[in-house]
Design a protein around this ligand. Structure first.
Ligand code: GTP
Ligand code: MG
Length: 193
């Protein structure tokens, strides 16, 4: 189901886990990787592909949610404000949102827009996990060094760091970790296949 408002989301009677992050960071690709579907969530090399709140029902027992990206410069300011309103409404008020996966491109240094978003999640006390995406595009050493820098940056304002995972939609890295995290958060889910 795809829509642009909290009211139109499916009734909140199953646990759900949502994916957010800057445009083009790889949210839709990660959902496809986790579900073994190449085309479940629509992906594109052009930023701004996902524009709606997309619910995917998994094994009839829980939802994965693909959200639009933030920080897409080409959309108009009024569209951006509208986007913000329905996404923030969803994040704050969705009662069955167990955890938000905030995706960060492993290749880039800490960006202001991500930091502001993470700060906001802290203020609103929304549980989140950081996932560093596209790690196949860097060497292992580069990924570790970028993640270490990111942690250093986060420690300036966070006493305790959120869980941090690495992923690649290309190689499948992170699939086990992310599904395990979800299963541990809600032990009654059926995500065995
Ligand atoms: P929006 O919906 O526009 O906000 O983007 P998104 O975050 O959903 O990104 P999407 O999954 O559409 O991926 C954007 C581009 O990055 C596509 O060209 C993907 O093929 C590529 N991509 C995504 N994840 C990975 C990854 O782990 N590794 C590599 N090499 N490319 C990736
Ligand atoms: Mg997308």
């Amino acid at each position: 189901m795809s829509n642009t408002s909290l009211q139109k989301c499916p009734s909140p009677d199953m646990p759900e886990f949502a994916f957010i992050g800057r445009s083009n960071v790889g949210k839709s690709s990660l959902i496809n990787m986790l579900t073994n579907h190449k085309k479940l969530a629509k992906t594109s090399s052009r930023p701004g592909k996902t524009q709606l709140i997309n619910h995917f029902l998994i094994n009839e027992t829980w939802y994965l949610v693909d959200l639009p990206g933030y920080g897409y410069a080409k959309v108009s300011k009024s569209h951006r404000n509208k986007f913000q309103a329905y996404i923030t409404d969803y994040i704050i008020n969705r009662p069955n949102l167990y955890c938000l996966f905030v995706l960060i491109d492993a290749r880039h240094e800490a960006q202001k827009i991500d930091m502001e978003f993470i700060e906001w999640l802290g203020e609103k006390q929304i549980p989140f996990v950081l996932v560093f995406t596209k790690s196949d595009k860097l060497s292992k050493n580069q990924v570790s060094s970028n993640v270490a820098n990111y942690k250093k940056h986060l420690k300036k304002s966070w006493e305790e760091l959120p869980p941090i995972l690495l992923s690649s939609a290309e190689t499948g890295l992170g699939k086990e970790d992310i599904l395990r995290f979800i299963a541990e958060t809600e032990p009654n889910l059926n995500n065995s296949d």
